[in-house]
Ligand binder design. Structure first.
Ligand code: ZN
Length: 328
């Protein structure tokens, strides 16, 4: 049972908006691109794990993705956690390509496109997570089970070239076999299914996703962005409002609903769900408040007349709880 399903992190959603709309080509543009590729790789890695976990034929197993919780003063973040009646398994994923080696100093090295760079060793990372998870579970009197770790490389173009490759580090194809082997070695249940679920539920209750506001941190304002709905067919340019619909001058495409994605971007960019007619008019590059009002007719309206705002949170329902927290 998946207790904490994988979803696109808010930071990745923000980066997607910035990648698409940031118009300047300054130092932030490079930061945005680097950060975006890193976050996307993390997300794709976890997605690959989700695929393998779904193939697991064993009951009961509780899974949690991208868990972030606090042990004492520090947060720990686990790509994927598997809870059985016999053990817990932390899975650290790395979505990097190229040839992966390890030097004598136990540093992990990535060789790709003629370049060499050091990587954070996923087993060392997983071990730190294990200690923190142990502390967390002890604090909640839920520390009956042993905690195992493994690291899996999820990129299709990766080659692990390590003479002393640890048996808990492998490419993703081996993940299921690794879990089945662990289940075979640890076949006697230590706790009940209900207790295993309680561990998962306690972690979910303490899950605190990151909510960095990237635009604020980098001082990026709306006027640094390309505003308006992007063409839903060619994605190259923003569409113009014409005769009650949106029109793309590049590919001649019409789309009545092109503003919906743009409104989603507005919400993600500001990390705030309520906007006035004026706010939305500016964001969609509309000339008319009446047209804007019509486009917002499907959203809840709060407040009276000129002070009224529209709540757009249903556009990103999976993040509603995060928006609320930021607001308060
Ligand atoms: Zn187009």
């Amino acid at each position: 049972m998946n207790l904490l399903p994988l979803q696109k992190p808010l930071e990745l959603l923000q980066l997607e908006v910035l990648i698409k709309r940031y118009r300047k080509r300054d130092q932030y543009y490079e930061q945005i691109q680097d950060y975006y590729h890193r976050e996307l790789a993390g997300y794709l890695g976890e997605k690959a794990l989700q695929y393998y976990f779904a193939l697991l034929r064993y009951e009961p197993v509780f899974t949690l993705f991208d868990l972030r919780a606090k042990a004492f003063t520090h947060y720990f973040q686990i790509d994927a956690l598997l809870i059985t009646r016999q053990f817990l398994l932390i899975v650290e994923s790395k979505h990097t390509k190229g040839v992966i080696t390890e030097n004598d100093a136990k540093q992990m090295i990535q060789h790709v496109d003629g370049k060499t760079k050091s990587l954070q060793h996923p087993l060392h990372q997983a071990d730190i997570q294990r200690r923190q998870l142990k502390t967390f579970l002890m604090n909640h009197q839920l520390d009956q089970l042993p905690i195992y770790t493994c690291a899996t490389f999820t990129h299709p173009e990766v080659i692990i070239d390590m003479p002393n490759q640890p048996n808990n580090l492998f490419t993703h194809h081996y993940l299921l076999q690794f879990i089945y082997d662990l289940l075979e070695e640890n076949h006697t249940p230590i706790i009940s299914s209900k207790q295993a679920q309680t561990i998962g539920q306690c972690l979910v209750a303490n899950h605190t996703p990151r909510n960095r506001h990237l635009a604020k941190d980098w001082n990026i304002k709306e006027n640094d962005l390309i505003l308006g709905p992007f063409c839903s067919r060619c994605s190259k340019v923003v569409m113009k409002r014409e005769h009650g619909t949106w029109f793309c001058q590049a590919c001649q495409h019409y789309d009545k609903h092109a503003h919906t994605d743009a409104l989603r971007d507005l919400l993600i960019f500001h990390q705030y769900p309520e906007f006035s007619n004026q706010d939305v008019k500016g964001w969609l590059s509309l000339d008319s408040s009446h047209v804007c009002k019509r486009l917002l007719a499907n959203y809840d309206r709060i407040g009276e007349k000129r002070l009224s705002k529209y709540n757009l949170s249903k556009l990103v329902p999976e993040l509603e709880h995060q928006f609320r927290r930021i607001k308060s």
